[in-house]
Design a binder for this molecule. Sequence first.
Ligand SMILES: *Cc1c(COP(=O)(O)O)cnc(C)c1O
Length: 218
Amino acid sequence: MIKDNILKLKSEVPEYVTIVAISKTHNIDKIKEAYECGIIDFGENKVQELNEKQKNLSLPIRWHMVGHLQTNKVKYIAPFIHLIHSLDSLKLAKEINKFAQKNNRIIDCLLQVHIAKEETKFGLYEKELYELIENPEFTSLKNINIKGLMGMATFTDDTKQIEKEFKFLRNLFEKLKNNFPSFTELSMGMSNDYKIAIACGSTMIRVGTLIFGERIIF
Ligand SMILES: *Cc1c(COP(=O)(O)O)cnc(C)c1O
């Protein structure tokens, strides 16, 4: 079933778009199954779960952190994380930089932008985003590399609304790309809206349910 889901998804997604399989709540056997179908990028939203899976899988997986990251947990993922999608404060940037340094690494990150109507979703507003990237305290951090932006659209059936939010993020990305050559990735699109996201210029989609099925929530 996972295999069919992946084959179908791959047939619909252009080559240049990275599929990050969001494996939260799913066990490592399912991750192995997806890996065997050619998926090498996997994402989690909780540090503890991410760490356990990373420890128990010896496959050369590229692990992504897509959920809100608390500063006191950065140290647990710093040795191996491939991409952090949820950088949204100077405090967190400093912490990632510190532990990247300790591990002799440069950690790739995306700045999470608030594009949804819901209040609860994390991320920077446009003004905060500019304040951060123009802050010398931020730009002087040598062990983080900002690869682009991430955003989550409003959870709604209103495709026009979703499209509006993704287009907003795309425009922001294009503007920043002119000044920041390291900006190459735009992470947007989930199971219910990845087609709209790709049409709006996404380079990376984060898909869970469509690959692994419904999550069992305890
Ligand atoms: C869970 C999650 C996803 C995947 O959601 P699906 O609807 O299952 O595809 C994508 N991005 C983030 C940040 C998530 O937490």
